[in-house]
Design a protein around this ligand. Structure first.
Ligand code: SF4
Length: 492
């Protein structure tokens, strides 16, 4: 590795470190060294409360030296091999434990490139005690742990708050062996030959809500602090994984949020995280409290039926100028089937009201290629968007973002067929052609068909993924390609 590469890596990490404010700072040195890997961009990792929570928890264990690693610091600068830690520039392969935090199944595809750069076998069975211990957790592991079961030495499909400290403490007390973790509830050690334990311990979010203890101006919330205000969702959308893996519903009480704010008096801008924020039973009071404290609110998508004049005024007062609503589809039939009924006329009235309250942007989320979806259903979606545009003032900015249905394990629609690439492309073309003809300014975006097909594959694939990645890692080594998102050799 040339000095030039090292220099550019160090200058980029220095720039990113300068963008950070620390509210807790773990030790870099310890009896056991742990690299916490977020297999995606720095900015995404620093916006992810799962990653932050694991970092905070691991850093709280006395004797653990902890650093971060991101295989790409910025979109345009994926790293070249060899890989170095973010904090001290230590070679990644020198750490005792490599802990991966997977938020999306798509991030599994970073595995071959990272293992290839380290020169470490992808298959756990080919590694020995001289190699680091590999652990994986996060929402994507909760979704599909079997896919990683021949790659990682231990998997944590549940909530990190209940398992991580016992795992690291066990390593400190008994040495670095994944086998010593088998008796910890919520940890799966596939090589032990036991099935994945269904026992998932629940964290009490009111004792300690997840929050950003490092705030970077490069995070996806524009440099805001981030706090989790509710875990779980009370709704029943048949395609949704979030409601399954974060169950049961646990709102964080307003008094806990208020105490947290007292401890962070410099917080002027706050991202509120919850799968379904507006279902929080105290949401109006929370917005009012933030408005009183003159804190700018960054909120996720809105439940249109929860919008009322009080909430709209509070959001406007707190600096929110655009709202995102998620009707998912314009088809009454499909909304009923997915468990998300909606009164369309009332929905449109709410969009009118929000513009009347001074909001400038409306974004709507849709899912295309839902099970059983016909052209009539697509036409209904086009008509819903068209209706919203017709009723909006000419100055309004409206956008529609389409994702593609992916049947996820654990959800009621897990056994629905994944739409093939041909269907996705055909439906996107159909929607695009018709939405482009709508009068006025509407911006429409679609998920890439290739990514949707890949995601569906990664959501359902089993342990055989390890062999595919082992082959890919070999090809990466031969071609010295470590930094690209390594898609599999599958034909699409
Ligand atoms: S899609 Fe949203 S509202 Fe529906 S269950 Fe999932 S998190 Fe809840």
């Amino acid at each position: 590795m040339g000095l030039k590469h090292r220099y550019s890596y160090e200058s980029l990490t220095a720039e990113l470190k300068a963008s950070e404010r620390y509210y807790l700072s773990p030790h870099y040195a310890g009896n056991i060294s742990v690299a916490l890997v977020y297999p995606n961009l720095y900015g995404l990792g620093m916006s992810n409360l799962g990653f932050m929570t694991v970092h905070r928890l691991a850093g709280s264990v006395h004797g653990i030296g902890l650093e971060r690693f991101f295989p790409a610091l910025e979109a345009e600068s994926p790293l070249n091999s060899p890989f170095y830690s973010f904090e001290t520039g230590r070679p990644l392969g020198d750490f005792d434990v490599l802990m991966f935090s997977f938020s999306y199944e798509g991030d599994f595809d970073k595995i071959p490139g990272i293992f290839a750069a380290l020169g470490i076998p992808v298959m756990a069975s080919e590694r020995n005690r001289h190699h680091p211990v590999f652990i994986a957790g996060g929402a994507a592991v909760a979704s599909n742990a079997p896919a990683l079961s021949l790659i990682f030495d231990a998997l944590i499909p549940g909530e990190a708050e209940t398992t991580l400290v016992p795992v690291l403490t066990r390593f400190l007390e008994e040495g670095l062996s994944a086998m010593s973790l088998t008796s910890i509830p919520g940890v799966w050690v596939p090589a032990a030959g036991l099935p994945m334990s269904p026992v998932m311990l629940m964290h009490d979010v009111n004792k300690q809500p997840a929050y950003s203890h490092i705030v970077s101006t490069k995070n996806a919330f524009g440099g805001a602090h981030i706090i989790e205000v509710m875990r779980g969702c009370p709704r029943v959308c048949a395609f949704c994984l979030a409601r399954e893996i974060y169950a049961p519903v646990r709102p964080v009480d307003i008094s806990v949020i208020s105490n947290w704010l007292d401890q962070h008096p410099d917080c002027r801008d706050l991202g509120l995280v919850a799968p379904s924020l507006f279902d929080h039973p105290q949401i109006e009071e929370i917005f009012a409290m933030l408005s009183d404290r003159q804190i700018r609110i960054r909120n996720s998508s809105v439940k249109w039926e929860k919008l009322n004049p009080v909430i709209l005024n509070l959001l406007r007062k707190s600096g929110v100028s655009g709202l995102t609503l998620a009707p998912e589809t314009g088809s009454v039939r499909l909304r009923k089937a997915m468990g998300k009924p909606m009164d369309e006329e009332r929905f449109i009235s709410r969009t009118v009201e929000l513009f009347a309250h001074g909001f400038e942007h409306l974004k709507m989320y849709f899912v295309a290629c839902l099970p059983g979806e016909t052209e009539d259903d697509l036409d209904a979606t086009i008509e819903l968007i068209s209706h919203a545009c017709r009723r909006a003032p000419t100055s309004a900015s409206i956008s529609a973002a389409f994702s593609v249905f992916v049947p996820k394990r654990h959800t009621p629609w897990h056994d629905q067929p994944a739409p093939p690439a041909t269907e996705i492309k055909r439906k996107i073309k159909y929607l695009k052609e018709r939405l482009n003809k709508l009068p006025g300014q509407i911006k429409v975006t679609f998920e890439s068909p290739q990514e949707a097909v890949r995601q569906a594959y990664l959501s359902q694939v089993g342990p055989e993924l390890a062999e595919e990645y082992a082959r890919e890692a070999k090809a990466c080594r031969e071609n010295r390609l470590f930094s690209r998102n390594q898609f599999s050799a599958l034909e699409f």
